[in-house]
Design a protein around this ligand. Structure first.
Ligand SMILES: Nc1nc2c(c(=O)[nH]1)N[C@H]1C(S)=C(S)[C@@H](COP(=O)(O)OP(=O)(O)OC[C@H]3O[C@@H](n4cnc5c(=O)[nH]c(N)nc54)[C@H](O)[C@@H]3O)O[C@H]1N2
Ligand SMILES: Nc1nc2c(c(=O)[nH]1)N[C@H]1C(S)=C(S)[C@@H](COP(=O)(O)OP(=O)(O)OC[C@H]3O[C@@H](n4cnc5c(=O)[nH]c(N)nc54)[C@H](O)[C@@H]3O)O[C@H]1N2
Ligand code: SF4
Ligand SMILES: [Mo]
Length: 728
């Protein structure tokens, strides 16, 4: 046997896009591991990424697309015949019901490769349908909503090396890579702590990050607002605000001061079930810091008050003047994507909801986070003009991941046309009319555009350096397979329907400017993957021809940018007293949130290190530690309920009951059951939680306790009652 050839590639098993070494022997990948020479990731990888090649060779992988028969079984279908059949069906639906009857949902694996999502969106636009949904509105919609309410600060926050304190709220980036700590998060946190950075973690679970925190506030789920309001109150009252910055740049200080005033540390401590002195200590750490950052995650975005929590974190950043100032340097002026202008200024707040297309249900409409995905099942089920009849699912799995699983399954079954793009017969694919078998990451080219793009989410996201990597295909699709890239399918459909696709540049953040720079793809135009990426990176700071030379991933030689002061006559100001947020604070202070009688426990969501959402659950290496998604419970609760490790517990919400396998977890706050989403199967299908896991989405109802703008219902902090129903 010859020596293995060493190649590098971008891991595309999650959004973090780590750089992996791939040892190739006889044209096949034999070993994957983190590239220790990579200047940003420095050798980091996880088991999900090291198994990337195994997913490609998984026995469960579809090697051709499938079409459902009338009896519910599936036949293989050639790519060409499949595109013919889907195009014909779309043509008939649009003719009979109008373009709005066709909808698109982009999930986790629809973003990893921008080419897929760009072509899918352009296809909907060409059809004339506004019905474009993504997982963002069931993930962390509070980020986009709060950004509009508070206003963006164009220069962002300083690099992590300057932070004296970091506060993580409902997020565990050491495991999830969810921002806050950047790439190689454990190493970065270690380095920051060595130089003296303090860490505050607010989470009902003693997470991997909380283990390393200076202060851990193990709040009651859903009760973060009182704690953050009390921290803001302490900072204001102890005169630790940056008054000059606030006066110069923000409106609403008096309204905010009055709104947080009722939240004394004692009041907040009682509401959140933590120690008032710990709240004071956290306020002191943050208050005394010169620079710092806040980062939140799914935990708080899903527990009922996501907009307000994210808003308070931006407000605290403003109160402390933690934003990057004029004269400071930005090390990353963009490689693939043009960043915001480096100005110490804000364009000011803007409207966050009712921004366009209205759903026909519950007054929901396009908001800053997108069209409310939590309203889509009802849109499909509600008869009448505009009803959604066809759904394209791009790299997502609604049946296991959307809230309100019962309604979701009903909706999927009601569709005239359901098309999933998935390498697998996922739970959603099983209900689809067509399952498109796509090429997989190591078989396609792509750059690190996704991770650079999400650098705009907040502190500790994306790259602080002008870093990028480009990957060419390392392997060919399996012999005898018939697969396309997702974009090729949308291109093929457009061609069959005589539609021209306008592909906007991903390098331009402003959607209007990106659309103005769009490249038209006429029907029948031959297109290579490089042609497509040339379009997608049109106008990128580093030109495409240079980007493709970075197959190892590198820091480009780019001029540092110095933040410029606010131009004269600039009108925009930040808003820390947005009336909607101030009203919500007032209702919480008045004790607005009623207790859920009879449902004393709370199911809280969490990620597991080795598994991403519903992906590749059949891979044994990902299940070394846990076979499915256990119900993690505090031993004190287990004792009170007579539960032992491995027992089956019934978990019942107002909506439905599921069964979970109990796993003792002293790190979980008593009263909580921590469970990962996107496991289990469709209702009536499984039903052994030890084999399929349990679906927490079944506990939730989209029309109960939902956000008025993004529609996100309570997907964490779900009130439940528990009952022991068996042991091993
Ligand atoms: N209760 C509760 N519900 C939640 C959450 C929670 O914390 N609690 N989290 C929410 C969040 S944050 C999200 S993002 C959503 C996730 O929602 P989705 O994105 O809808 O769900 P995933 O399970 O990520 O679906 C990914 C699909 O992509 C497929 N796939 C894998 N590799 C590829 C590939 O290379 N190409 C293509 N085309 N497909 C591929 C997988 O087989 C899988 O079916 O779930 C949400 N639901
Ligand atoms: N290994 C792995 N990595 C992933 C994923 C995965 O499935 N596995 N999924 C990816 C996806 S789609 C996303 S969106 C990101 C999400 O990334 P994160 O948001 O960091 O996700 P989690 O690790 O679940 O962290 C959420 C935390 O919120 C806490 N929490 C729950 N309810 C509350 C509450 O009411 N208040 C507070 N303060 N905390 C609460 C939970 O205990 C948990 O520790 O991760 C991504 N990365
Ligand atoms: S963190 Fe994500 S990108 Fe990095 S190796 Fe793991 S799965 Fe791949
Ligand atoms: Mo997510």
């Amino acid at each position: 046997m010859s020596e293995p050839e060493r190649r590098t590639t971008i891991c595309r098993a999650c959004h973090a896009q780590c750089s992996l070494v791939v040892e190739m022997a006889e044209g096949r990948p034999v070993k994957l591991y983190g590239d220790k020479d990579n200047p940003v990731y420095a050798g980091f990888s996880c088991i999900k990424g090291r198994e990337l090649a195994a997913y490609h060779a998984s026995p469960s992988r579809l090697l051709a697309s499938r079409r459902r028969r009338a009896d519910g079984g599936f036949d293989d279908i050639s790519s060409a015949a499949m595109m013919d059949a889907i195009a014909e069906k779309v043509r008939r639906l649009v003719a009979e019901y109008g373009p709005r009857s066709v909808a698109l949902y982009i999930g986790t694996h629809g973003y990893n490769n921008f080419a897929s999502s760009a072509f899918a969106n352009a296809f909907l636009t060409a059809l004339g349908s506004p019905m474009k949904f993504t997982s963002v509105t069931i993930d962390q919609p509070g980020k986009a909503m709060s950004l509009m309410l508070h206003g963006p600060w164009l220069a962002g926050v300083p690099a992590m090396e300057h932070w004296d304190v970091l506060t993580l709220v409902g997020t565990n980036p050491i495991v999830s890579m969810n921002g806050g700590l950047g790439m190689n998060p454990a190493r970065r946190l270690h380095q920051a702590r060595q130089r003296g950075m303090k860490l505050v973690v607010i989470d009902p679970r003693r997470t991997d990050c909380a283990e390393l925190a200076d202060i851990h506030l193990a709040v009651k789920p859903g009760e973060d607002v009182p704690v953050l309001a009390a921290i803001a109150r302490e900072i204001v009252r102890s005169n630790r605000c940056d008054r000059l910055f606030v006066e110069a740049e923000a409106d609403g200080f008096e309204a905010l001061r009055a709104a947080v005033d009722p939240f004394t540390p004692e009041v907040a401590a009682a509401l959140a079930g933590v120690d008032a002195d710990d709240i004071r200590a956290a306020a002191r750490l943050i208050g005394e810091a010169k620079r710092g950052a806040f980062s939140a995650g799914t935990g708080v975005n899903m527990s009922g008050r996501g907009n307000l929590v994210e808003y308070l974190l931006k407000t605290l950043t403003t109160l402390k003047g933690f934003w990057r100032r004029a004269g400071e340097e930005i090390a990353n002026p963009g490689v693939l994507i043009n960043p915001f202008p480096a100005l110490a200024a804000s364009p000011g707040p803007s409207k966050a909801w009712d921004l366009g297309e209205r759903l026909r249900v519950r007054g929901l409409a396009q908001c800053a986070a997108g069209l409310p995905t939590a309203g889509l099942a009802e849109e499909i089920l509600l008869p009448g003009e505009g009803q959604v009849k066809a759904l394209f699912v791009l790299g997502g799995n609604p049946v296991l991941a959307w809230p309100d699983q019962i309604r979701t399954v009903e909706a999927m079954k009601a569709l005239d046309l359901l098309v999933t793009f998935d390498p697998h017969m996922s739970a959603t694919a099983k209900l689809a009319h067509f399952v498109v078998a796509p090429k997989m990451p190591l078989e396609v080219c792509s750059p690190t555009a996704l991770n650079e793009m999400i650098g705009n989410f907040g502190p500790g996201w994306g790259y602080e350096q002008p870093y990028a990597q480009w990957s060419e295909p390392l392997i060919a699709p399996p012999p005898g397979s018939d697969m396309l890239e997702e974009w090729q399918v949308f291109h093929g459909l457009a061609e069959r329907l005589g539609l021209t696709l306008a592909i906007p540049s991903s390098a331009i953040l402003d959607p209007k400017a990106a659309a103005a720079a769009a490249c038209d793809v006429a029907p029948g135009a031959p297109l290579s993957p490089h042609d497509v990426w040339r379009m997608l990176l049109k106008g990128s700071p580093v030109p495409f021809d240079e980007v493709v030379t970075a197959e190892d991933g590198r820091i480009f030689d780019r001029p540092k940018v110095v933040v410029q002061p606010r131009p004269p006559g600039w009108a925009g100001r930040l808003d820390i007293g947005a009336p909607e947020m101030i009203d919500e604070l007032a209702s919480i202070a008045a004790g607005g949130d009623g207790a859920a009688d009879g449902y004393p426990y709370r199911v809280i969501s969490r990620r597991m290190r080795d598994v991403l959402n519903s992906c590749w659950h059949e891979n044994d290496k990902l299940k070394r530690q846990f076979a499915t998604n256990p119900a993690f419970m505090n031993p004190a609760d287990m004792a009170a309920l007579g539960l032992g490790a491995g027992d089956i517990v019934e978990i019942e919400s107002v909506r439905a009951a599921i069964r979970g396998v109990v796993e003792p977890a002293p790190d979980v706050r008593p009263g909580c059951v921590a469970m990962t989403h996107a496991w289990g199967a469709a209702p009536g299908e499984d039903d052994d939680p030890r084999i399929a896991g349990a679906n927490t989405g079944r506990l939730t109802a989209v029309d109960r306790d939902f956000d008025r703008w993004s529609g996100i219902p309570r997907m964490s902090a779900i009130p439940v009652r528990l009952r022991r129903i068996g042991s091993v």
